[in-house]
Design a protein around this ligand. Structure first.
Ligand code: ATP
Length: 488
């Protein structure tokens, strides 16, 4: 098979990466070329090669431009920088192209033995890839207390949830689970659950089901075959996608795609495995399966299937690299394994294969926020540093704000109400949240009143941050402290 002159030519940015990267990238390129797909590989650098040139972001401008133009990239693993001031090239790519969905299929492969073999695991985890705790907004608020902001947006949820449903449709899958911790984080994780429930009716052929993330982890180990697509937030997805890849044979066979608006970057889940670099021992299957995803993305559905089948035939017939070889087997080298896959192009595996259709994503209307209803500020949380007892702090704040437009509703310490009326105090830290609300809920607080309030509190205490308590069309935009409800 060779490249046919009348075929559509795809330009793909190719980044060989670090460690075992060049070996697995070379292997994958051989297979894709042998499958007869007309790919023009636009070779670029990132990671170690860029850092060695003094490029602190790890990704040169030419590489960024190449991806911007080609809109599709296949990349090997990139080294994590060791020096100060250098950024992770992976993070740079994720941020620049805002790849909002990290897509990780997890499928049992014949010939790769695991404790779960024979169960027919075939699922995809779609992880939101930009927001959540990974926005990296952290503050050391006191010497002993740090905070990380968990920011989630409706737009971010919408994009990744639509992607998950569209993927289910394209792959002929029947169900999508949305895994969140909405029972605890009602406004952030709850936003993802709510958005999922709003979007689900647009995909009537797909069964939509919400599942609490910890139960999802439990069920993934107990009965993984029940899942088809799981969409989840960034932190949850980070953990369960690694868990899931462990079910089917690990890093050597785990592919991934990072999908943004009009840009998709395909890579293996694994890192650079420096101890294995240059030994011709790495398993190219993970990146090869990423290339299969890439070919489907490019509309090369037949070639993708041909490679997928060839890989499965190869594994089923016992050709295995060291990471998945059985105890008594002599493992195959990367090069020989790749040649075996190429030799099997055109053969069909007996394993059930699923249909793949082009992915149809709806065009989402851009909007900076929600349609604005009546938004009012009805109070403010002021976070203060103090070594006082809650009772002494409460009395002090009440004295300081006498005559202001607010009353002290409660004080909490690490989320648990400690003032007023608390029988058993938790172990306290020097970080208190003082919740102050307007005297008359019929009147919203003004910025001038809030600034006056903070100024008064600042006369007696060190404050670190303030947060407005907003009410959206009568619905509170804030949660209550543990124990606060007992007051009502
Ligand atoms: P990095 O610092 O880049 O994350 P790492 O070695 O710490 O590198 P990984 O590369 O993700 O982390 O892999 C951990 C281990 O998994 C490797 O040391 C190697 O034993 C195994 N491994 C990962 N990828 C492969 C592969 N493609 N083929 C065979 N074994 C692999």
């Amino acid at each position: 098979m060779g490249i046919l002159a009348d075929k559509r030519v795809h330009r793909v940015t190719l980044i060989e990466g670090d460690g075992i990267g060049p070996e697995v990238v070379r292997a994958v390129r051989r297979v894709v070329d042998a499958a007869g797909v007309a790919v023009l590989w636009d070779e670029q650098i990132a990671g170690g090669a860029a850092f060695r040139k003094g490029i602190a972001s790890g990704v040169p401008a030419e590489t960024l431009q190449s991806i911007r133009t080609n809109r599709v990239a296949l990349k090997g693993p990139l080294a994590t920088p060791v020096g100060d001031g250098e950024k992770s090239a992976n993070v740079t790519l994720r941020k620049v192209f805002e790849t909002y969905a990290n897509v990780r299929p997890v499928r049992e492969l014949a010939g790769v033995e695991t404790p779960f073999s024979g169960r027919g695991i075939d699922l995809v985890i779609v992880r939101e890839n930009v927001e959540d705790l990974y926005a990296g907004i952290e503050h050391q608020q006191t010497e002993g207390v740090a905070q990380c902001l968990k920011l989630m947006s409706r737009t971010g949820c919408e994009k990744v949830i639509h992607y998950a449903f569209a993927l289910a449709v394209a792959e002929g899958r029947k169900s999508v689970h949305c895994a969140t911790k909405a029972n605890i984080m009602k406004l952030t994780e709850g936003l993802m659950k709510k958005t999922f429930e709003e979007i689900a009716p647009q995909y009537p052929g797909i069964r939509a089901q919400h599942i609490i993330i910890d139960n999802c982890a439990h069920e993934l180990v107990r009965r993984p075959e029940q899942f088809e697509v799981i969409v989840t937030s960034n932190m949850n997805g980070d953990i369960v996608s690694d868990l899931a890849s462990g079910l089917t044979g690990g890093l050597g066979i785990a592919p991934a795609a990072n999908v943004g608006d009009g840009v998709a970057i395909f890579e293996a889940v694994h890192g650079t495995a420096p101890g294995m670099a240059g030994l011709d021992a790495a398993n190219p299957a993970a990146l090869l399966l990423s290339a299969v995803m890439m070919l489907r993305h490019l509309g090369e559905l037949e070639a993708a299937d041909a490679i997928d089948h060839a890989l499965q035939v190869t594994l089923a017939e016992g050709a295995r690299t060291a990471d998945i070889a059985r105890g008594d087997e002599i493992p195959m080298s990367t090069t020989d394994f790749t040649s075996a896959v190429i030799g099997n192009l055109g053969r069909r595996s007996a394993q059930r294969s699923r249909e793949h259709r082009p992915l149809a994503l709806p065009r989402l209307v851009r909007r900076p926020g929600q349609p604005r209803g009546a938004t009012r500020t009805i109070g403010v949380d002021v976070f203060v540093q103090s070594d006082l007892s809650p009772a002494a702090l409460g009395k002090s704040i009440e004295t300081l704000i006498a005559g202001a437009s607010f009353r002290l509703q409660m004080i909490s310490n690490r989320g648990t109400k400690v003032y007023p009326h608390v029988a058993d105090l938790p172990d306290l830290v020097d970080h208190f949240r003082c919740r102050l609300v307007v005297h008359d809920p019929a009147f919203a607080a003004t910025d001038a009143e809030i600034l006056d309030l903070v100024h008064r509190i600042g006369r007696g205490h060190v404050w670190m941050h303030i947060e407005k308590l907003r009410d959206y069309d009568g619905t509170p935009g804030f949660t209550r402290a543990q124990g606060e409800d007992a007051e009502r």
